[in-house]
Design a protein around this ligand. Structure first.
Ligand code: ADP
Ligand code: MG
Length: 290
């Protein structure tokens, strides 16, 4: 009989996590931890946007050269997700980090999410190219550079979808960001989308991600790599449709030379300049001309 009771306790223990013969509650699950700028876990659906509503200003400037002068509101509405599209080397990464860096110098917090490059390398390049000490601002808690593995994201998204038989209400795992950001940069959606075999799953994830950004109430720049002369501004077309704004960075061929120009194609929150505006990449980052 005693043996039977012991076996029963063991059975209960296995199924409930309660230690047999003890009243100790099951151990709480280990929180998801950040290791050297890299998240071990998979899905970025942020957890603490409840704190994000306490803001007073509705509009945040991009703080990239004269970019804000191109917008009637002199900035971008909080909660917006802006797609920045352009060919390789047009300055998408520079635009994103310039905005985070200049924002941090004004006391605004920014999170940079990398799907490709190592945080160490990104910070080194920014310091060498433009003299921006991201590491210092990271130590001061103003900027966080985080790396996520797109394959892990797509894999867990597929698992979740299988579990919920393709339903739209997907209970994604949540990750707590180090702080509530004023700006978020995602570099890049292209690197994320190629990790998804099923484009429908990618679309579902993007939809969820954009919804989350809206709740965080930050200004969010999502970067997408296109052809040098793009006609489609994102991989699936869904991104530009879902985004609250689209900025295109061009590398135009002019008499055997290439020149950069940017265009605000769409911005839901404010009127804006509707022509191409030339810019250069210099030791100070992006410099909008004129
Ligand atoms: N100090 C600098 N002066 C001028 N150009 C620079 C400087 N640093 C980097 N660049 C240029 O910036 C470009 C890289 O921009 P980047 O933001 O990485 O582009 P993307 O993310 O669109 O691929 C490169 O083509 C490089 O030549
Ligand atoms: Mg880049």
């Amino acid at each position: 009989m005693v043996e039977f009771i012991d076996r029963f306790k063991e059975w209960v223990s296995e199924r409930t996590g309660f230690l047999s013969g003890s009243d100790k509650p099951p151990k709480p699950k280990k929180p998801i931890e950040r290791k050297d700028g890299e998240f071990e876990d998979s899905l970025i659906i942020f957890d603490h946007y409840k704190d994000a509503k306490k803001v007073v200003d509705d509009v945040i400037p991009a703080r990239v050269s004269k970019f804000d002068e191109l917008i009637r509101d002199r900035g971008i509405e909080r909660g917006s997700t802006i797609l920045i599209s352009g060919g390789c080397g047009t300055g998408k990464t520079t635009f994103g980090l310039q905005s985070l860096y200049n924002g941090a110098m004004k006391g605004e917090k920014g999170i940079y999410i990398s799907f490709e490059e190592e945080p160490k390398k990104i910070k080194k390049h920014m310091k060498n190219n433009f003299g921006w000490d991201i590491q210092k601002l990271e130590k001061a808690g103003k900027i966080a550079v985080l790396k996520f593995d797109p394959t892990k994201i797509s894999r867990s998204m597929e698992e979740e979808i299988l579990k919920t038989s393709g339903g739209l209400r997907i209970p994604l795992k949540k990750i707590r960001l180090p702080f509530v950001p004023d700006r978020v940069v995602v570099d890049s959606l292209s690197a994320l989308s190629i990790a998804f075999d099923d484009k429908e799953n990618y679309r579902k994830y993007i939809r969820k991600l954009f919804e989350t950004f809206e709740k965080i109430n930050s200004v969010n720049f999502v970067l997408a790599e296109t052809e040098q002369d793009p006609t489609v501004y994102s991989r699936t077309g869904t991104e530009e449709f879902l985004a609250d704004g689209v900025i295109v960075l061009y590398n135009l061929k002019k008499n055997e030379r290439r020149e950069n120009a940017l265009e605000i194609l769409k911005l839901r929150s404010s009127d804006h300049v509707k022509k191409m505006v030339p810019y250069k990449i210099t030791n100070n980052g992006i410099e909008i001309q004129g």
